[in-house]
Design a protein around this ligand. Structure first.
Ligand code: IPD
Length: 263
């Protein structure tokens, strides 16, 4: 399958999974467990949606690997791995806030963001009624419209961030916010990194940064941003979890410099 066909499959699976998540939402959410911290939760729907995605991929792409938020990794033999977050924004989902998404990506190489190359991705936000898709060399799309990142000026950029589940990173997160606010137009914390990155691809946000994201939180979103003409970096900072930075080229470079402490 070429990237375009893989992108169509990712989109089809994300759409179906999003519909299931939303059906379960209207039936009432049951919290299955609190994971690492109070903010790190899983619902029965996260597990059921991941099962659906995994089973579809086992049928349609039996030789590919899989890495999912809820069920972990399974190696494949094809060189491709699907990286899946069944519900990105689980806290929003559990509280009835519509900013959540199913994120489905397929990458080449090891399921390690330092080593993989994104091939295709889809982010379905069922409550928002939006399905973002991208495939390598084919661009990023929303409802038949090709997406382009904003050419936003770093001074006055509309940015988004998130606060990871590891409380030891929060001082660093807040220090970063303090450095960025004086140059930003405003800052959003929407609660779904997949939606944040989709919005960067669509030019609705000028940039995004968050420390401690897991591969499934940003795999599809990163492909969307790159195919929409933007840049994504994962920066290793001494004594801290890596930070994902994304945006149009100018905003990305400014955020990157801020993270690296150069400005
Ligand atoms: C979370 C969301 C949130 C971000 C967290 C993620 P999850 O994903 O993307 O916006 O701030 O760091 O873990 O746990 O709901 O899939």
């Amino acid at each position: 399958m070429n990237p375009a066909d893989l992108g169509e499959l990712a989109a089809d699976i994300a759409r179906e999974a999003g519909e299931l998540a939303q059906r379960r939402r209207t039936e009432g959410v049951s919290l299955a467990a609190t994971k690492s911290t109070l903010a790190d939760i899983v619902t029965e729907a996260d597990r059921e949606v991941e099962r659906l995605i995994r089973e579809r991929l086992q049928t349609e792409r039996p030789d590919d690997g899989f890495l999912g938020e809820e069920t972990g990794a399974q190696h494949g033999t094809s060189g491709l791995t699907w990286v899946v977050d069944p519900i990105d924004g689980t806290v929003n989902y559990a509280y009835g806030i519509g900013a959540y998404a199913v994120s489905v990506a397929v990458v080449e190489g090891e399921p390690d963001p330092e080593q993989w190359h994104g091939v295709a991705g889809a982010v379905s936000a069922p409550v928002l009624g939006e399905l973002f898709t991208a495939a390598r060399g084919e661009g990023a799309w929303l409802d038949g419209i090709r997406l382009t990142v904003s050419d936003g000026n770093p001074a006055g950029a509309l940015l988004a961030t998130g606060f990871g589940y590891d409380p030891t990173t929060h001082d660093g997160d807040l220090a970063m916010v303090r450095r960025i606010m004086p140059i930003a137009r405003d800052l959003r914390r929407m609660g779904s990194a997949a939606i944040d990155l989709s919005y960067v691809a669509a030019g609705r946000l000028d940039g995004f940064f968050e420390r401690g994201l897991k591969p499934w939180d940003f795999a599809a979103g990163a492909i969307l941003v790159q195919e929409a003409g933007g840049a994504v970096s994962r920066l290793e900072i001494e004594n801290a979890r890596p930070m994902v930075v994304a945006g149009g080229p100018a905003v990305h470079d400014r955020l990157r410099a801020l993270v690296e402490g150069q400005v």
